[in-house]
Design a protein around this ligand. Structure first.
Ligand code: ZN
Ligand code: ZN
Length: 336
């Protein structure tokens, strides 16, 4: 079978490797039918993240179940599913309390499609072994196009996680989103608007992303981040930029929350005294993924949120090496 390798910035290629097999009775084998890049993959492909090839890349896909182990009860061959990108056991304290991203059984950070975290395979492949299928898979709702939600295992629920629960806590709050990383910022704008934010301000330097944010109804501001952008109860840093992160931290309302998707690979100094005076809740992390996938997809299935504008292009799966090399925000590779 084929598996896509990231070699070096702007360089990817298919390689042949042995097919994966069901190793535990809780495993499933799936065939990705719509796969895309996470914002982290995009940084890697553009040479803006400290990961060196070669390795099998890809951890966002919608797939078709090909086979299941005897212990899998929730899925059967032919089902269309979203694959959670975290490797999780499903039974430890963190996994049973909606935190598969911090599974206590597997190596910290274990995931598909990155080097040094176990050989779990990448999702730009003909076949993938899914560990603990009953917890790792989420059914794709009927009527939802796999290509539009190829990102539903990671970046889409990440955008949901940073907005909808906080808007439930402070209904109608104004939201600031610092863009730059790629798609998560746009999904955050999408969910913030759908979730009833009184106003969403989106800041970025990329004209294309600014246009998408404007389509979602955000007030967009083009240009480098100012020292402070105002005062918002909910702030999302999806910038991968130190100055933008600092702007985010200075722009949060007292006792508000700043969520950062990361993309900051070195140490960053923070305006901690100002944060202390205001009261700031700061979260950074990889997102919970799995437990939020069904709910994020429900917004899409009900027509309340439409991720289609974020998709950069839809291309044949075979063309992945050339299409991904362009480093687009959300290129989707599909097949029947
Ligand atoms: Zn990711
Ligand atoms: Zn676990």
């Amino acid at each position: 079978m084929r598996e896509l390798l990231f070699l070096a910035p702007g360089r990817l290629r298919w390689r042949e490797r042995a097919e994966p097999h069901i190793l535990a009775q809780s495993d499933a084998l799936v065939r990705p039918i719509a796969a895309t890049t996470c914002d982290l993959d995009r940084l890697i492909i553009r040479g803006e993240a400290p990961f060196r090839g070669p390795f099998a890349i890809g951890h966002e896909c919608v797939a078709e179940v090909v086979a299941v182990g005897e212990a899998v009860t929730g899925f059967r061959p032919g089902d269309r599913v979203v694959v959670n990108w975290h490797i999780s056991c499903g039974s430890c304290h963190h996994c049973t309390t909606r935190r598969p991203n911090a599974c206590l059984t597997h190596q910290p950070g274990a995931m598909y499609g990155l080097p040094g975290l176990g050989d779990w395979g990448g999702m730009f492949s003909d076949l993938l072994r899914v560990v603990e299928a009953d917890v790792a898979l989420t059914p794709l709702p009927a009527g939802v196009d796999p290509a539009i939600v190829a990102s539903a295992g990671d970046n889409i629920p990440f955008g949901w996680e940073f907005t909808i629960p906080h808007l439930a806590e402070t209904p109608g709050a104004e939201v600031l989103v610092m863009g730059g990383c790629g798609s998560i910022a746009l999904y955050a704008v999408m969910f913030a608007r759908a979730g009833g934010a009184a106003r969403v301000e989106y800041r970025d330097t990329d004209r294309g992303r600014l246009e998408i944010a404007a389509r979602y109804g955000a007030d967009v501001v083009e240009g480098p981040p100012p020292r402070r952008a105002g005062e918002f109860p909910i702030v999302v840093d999806a910038s991968a930029d130190e100055a933008a992160l600092k702007c985010a931290l200075r722009s949060v309302a007292p006792e508000g929350i700043v969520s950062s998707v990361g993309g900051h690979f070195g140490d960053v100094s923070m305006p901690l005294f100002k944060m202390y005076q205001r009261g700031v809740r700061f979260y950074t992390g990889r997102g919970r993924g799995g437990p939020n996938v069904a709910e994020a997809l429900e917004w899409v299935a009900k027509g309340l949120a439409d991720p289609a504008p974020v998709v950069s292009c839809i291309a044949p799966f075979d063309d992945a090496p050339a299409v991904l090399a362009e480093g687009l925000t959300k290129p989707v590779l599909v097949r029947d």
